[in-house]
Design a protein around this ligand. Structure first.
Ligand SMILES: Cc1cc2nc3c(=O)[nH]c(=O)nc-3n(C[C@H](O)[C@H](O)[C@H](O)COP(=O)(O)OP(=O)(O)OC[C@H]3O[C@@H](n4cnc5c(N)ncnc54)[C@H](O)[C@@H]3O)c2cc1C
Ligand code: FES
Length: 275
């Protein structure tokens, strides 16, 4: 884990309350920033208000920069979202485990696609699987499908960038209000795909109710997947226990187990998470 001060290279406003920030970081941070890992960020103004940094998925990275998508929902995200180019942020990371490598061992049938499911801001984490690879398929003989759901058309973010930077990708979108041409939940798209390719591997990130539904769909089709959780966090590196998530018991005594999302996750096998 690296503690660093980064500079805002760019801050694009994508919607009324969503910002896309590029931030400088040490080269070693960028090298270790695998898809699905995250970073804790706060303003570097010396005021420590709010005291705690906030967690964000690392959406993309270069040799000495990384990018995050920030939805302004409270004090911490509003402050970060307002930072002008050249302002400083303090960060620590990269943190967490990230998505597993897509190798033949993980996929049960070579011809089955990898299905990426993003709900709302979950696109930041999911898109890292595509953008980090710099136009190389996640696995040479593995097709990838991105299923992306949002509340409205204008909240389907950065589709052009994702498409331009991803080889062999099919994208299907859906919105709560039908403004993208299809009305409904992203889990409906997942069911359609799994009906055709029941041996697919699925990675998903989004709000908890969506992840719960993804888990049920995967269970229904008896297929494997991984969920990236976004529990509230205070430290990000395993000391505060603020992020603990209930997990399925693995021992004989039947007692429930728990996991720290920041260090043991945020990505977990879908059948292990107890919502
Ligand atoms: C691993 C991880 C990755 C994340 N990635 C992103 C990302 O890429 N982009 C992004 O915009 N956000 C992301 N989040 C969520 C983000 O960290 C929170 O929105 C942020 O911490 C809120 O801080 P705040 O000070 O603005 O809001 P607060 O004042 O702390 O809270 C404002 C409101 O937001 C709710 N809230 C706060 N944190 C969360 C949370 N984790 N989940 C659901 N509701 C929450 C609070 O209950 C409250 O209603 C991620 C969270 C985690 C744990
Ligand atoms: S956020 Fe502190 S233990 Fe996970």
């Amino acid at each position: 884990m690296y503690l660093f001060t980064g500079k805002i290279v760019s801050n694009r406003q994508l919607t009324r309350d969503i910002r896309y920030l590029r931030i400088t970081a040490p080269a070693e941070f960028c090298r270790q920033a695998a898809p699905g890992r995250f970073v804790m960020l706060g303003c570097d103004d010396g005021l420590f208000d709010p005291l705690l940094k906030r967690p964000f998925g690392i959406m993309n990275r270069g040799d000495d920069w990384f990018e995050v998508l920030i939805k302004e929902v409270g004090r911490g995200t509003l402050q970060l979202g307002e930072l002008a180019e050249g302002s400083c942020v303090s960060g620590h990371g990269p943190l967490g485990n990230g998505y597993p490598e897509v190798d033949s061992e993980l996929r049960s049938k070579d011809s089955s696609p990898l299905i990426l499911v993003a709900g709302g801001m979950g696109i930041a984490s999911i898109a890292s699987c595509l953008l980090f690879n710099n136009r190389r398929p996640l696995n040479p003989d593995c097709k990838t499908i991105l299923l992306y759901g949002a509340a409205r058309l204008d909240e389907l973010l950065l589709l052009d960038e994702i498409e331009k930077n991803s080889a062999d990708l099919r994208i299907e979108t859906i919105t709560d209000d039908g403004s993208s041409g299809r009305r409904g939940w992203v889990t409906e798209l997942l069911e359609n795909e799994l009906r055709q390719h029941p041996a697919s591997l699925t990675f998903a990130c989004g709000p908890e109710p969506m992840l719960k539904n993804v888990q049920q769909v995967l269970c229904k089709f008896k297929t494997r997947g991984y969920l990236s959780l976004e529990n509230r966090m205070a430290c990000g590196f395993g000391v505060c226990l603020g992020c603990v998530q209930k997990m399925a018991a693995t021992g004989d005594n039947g007692a429930g187990e728990s996991a720290k999302v920041c260090t043991q996750g945020p990505v977990f096998p879908a059948d292990k998470v107890v919502f």
